[in-house]
Design a protein around this ligand. Structure first.
Ligand SMILES: Cc1cc2nc3c(=O)[nH]c(=O)nc-3n(C[C@H](O)[C@H](O)[C@H](O)COP(=O)(O)OP(=O)(O)OC[C@H]3O[C@@H](n4cnc5c(N)ncnc54)[C@H](O)[C@@H]3O)c2cc1C
Length: 373
């Protein structure tokens, strides 16, 4: 079976991996270099932030993320030499209004990964001695982890590029789907090359709305910009992830600390601005004031593929045969990435699925109103 995948972010690359490992041959196309868009820009927290604020569908997929990534890391690392560092730091949340609901959430929804406890100041200091003295309490999630997403992408790209069943087409924007008699037969690149395939997967992230005219369904996926900045501290300096007022610190093993993030509608612009960067910096220094002594070594922005309630579209597209979706993961595409690709592969190959696919079905995309173009 031959599959064409449009978009080489986490959604497309993980889908390619799942399908290639099941014996499919895969062509994967990206309009730029593979793995350079939202999936590179994200933080890599392997759980929705404040999971109780998200739809159960988001949490259900996310809870498979860590264990699937662990298994893939073990399989890929001997071949790629790249460890994508699943970092078991746990997370502290300082928003007092979330303490009670956070403490009850894990038990109510049978979520072992979200088990948490309330820490007082002495306990907090033991867990993370760098947290500002203004925080007297926190809820602590010892089992929450992060993945070093740029390395995860590097590993996937390296592995897939040496895979005999996979071909990469980078700097190669796909312009059209090749459709005949309500069946998709392949894709056409913007420079007019046609590639046939038995199945086509759309995993084009924040750009996915571009397909709505051709498929005649509204695709309510828009880019939402998020900015970040990166500190460099000594290795293992900050022992836990920290979260306050939707701003977070994510420590990497080598001492880099990813800090973010903002939310803004800037179209497809990934330009950073000084006000937003100042806001992120102030929010992070409020949590860990000692960070002020360390250098900021990088700043960037990425485009999240927003979707209603952040529930991604995964599965067969309506009306057109052989066309599949894996897009619209909004703020949680890294933690949902491995589970989403597993589900998509199982649906394409007619296998048992790891969760009920109904809630993610693209059949919920509404008829496209051509008058609104
Ligand atoms: C600042 C920030 C922080 C985040 N933090 C987290 C986090 O901690 N945890 C978490 O789980 N998620 C996080 N996210 C969200 C996560 O990064 C995204 O949900 C996820 O990366 C989306 O992956 P994707 O593969 O769908 O999209 P992308 O990574 O954007 O990939 C889509 C790809 O499709 C390509 N493409 C588009 N159109 C075409 C075309 N016509 N032809 C060819 N190629 C095309 C693009 O070039 C791109 O490479 C964060 C995002 C941001 C921006």
């Amino acid at each position: 079976m031959h599959i064409a995948i449009i978009g080489a972010g986490i959604s497309g690359l993980m889908s390619a991996l799942e399908l290639a490992e099941q014996g499919c041959s895969v062509d994967i196309f990206d309009q730029q270099q593979a793995g350079q868009a939202a999936s590179w820009a994200g933080g890599g927290i392997l759980s929705p932030m404040y999971p109780w604020r998200y739809a159960p569908e988001v949490n259900q997929l996310a809870k498979h993320g860590k264990s699937l990534y662990q298994t893939w890391n073990e399989k890929l690392r001997p071949i790629t030499g790249i460890d994508f560092q699943i970092h078991d730091t746990g997370m502290l949340i300082f928003d007092q209004e979330d303490f009670e609901i956070g403490l009850n959430y894990a038990n109510r929804y049978q979520e072992p990964m979200q088990q948490c406890e309330l820490l007082d100041r002495p306990q907090l200091q033991q867990v993370n001695p760098h947290v500002s003295a203004q925080f007297q309490q926190a809820i602590y999630f010892p089992q929450l982890s992060s993945v070093r997403n740029p390395r995860l992408l590097q590993s996937l790209i390296y592995y897939l590029k040496q895979h005999p069943a996979v071909r990469f087409f980078e700097q190669c924007p796909v312009g059209k789907l090749v459709i005949q008699n309500k069946k998709v037969h392949g894709i056409e690149t913007e420079d007019g090359q046609k590639f046939t395939a038995n199945h086509v997967v759309i995993s084009s992230g924040a750009w996915s709305q571009l397909w709505q005219q051709q498929i005649q369904r509204n695709i309510p996926v828009h880019p939402v910009q998020g900015q970040m900045l990166l500190f460099k501290t000594p290795a293992n300096w900050l022992p836990t992830m920290c979260m306050n007022r939707v701003m977070y610190l994510i420590p990497r093993q080598d001492g880099h600390i990813v800090c973010g993030s903002s939310m803004a509608d800037t179209g497809f612009s990934t330009a950073i601005d000084s006000q937003t960067q100042r806001d992120i910096l102030n929010a992070c220094l409020k949590i860990v004031p000692e960070l002020a002594q360390f250098p900021i070594v990088k700043r960037w922005a990425g485009l999240r593929p927003s979707s209603p309630e952040g529930i991604p579209y995964i599965g067969a597209m309506p009306e057109l045969e052989n066309l599949w979706a894996n897009f619209g993961h909004f703020r949680n595409g890294l933690c949902m990435g491995s589970g989403s690709a597993r589900l998509l592969r199982q649906l394409i190959l007619g296998q048992d699925t790891l969760i009920d696919p109904q809630a993610y079905s693209p059949q919920r995309l509404k008829q496209h109103n051509l008058m609104s173009c």
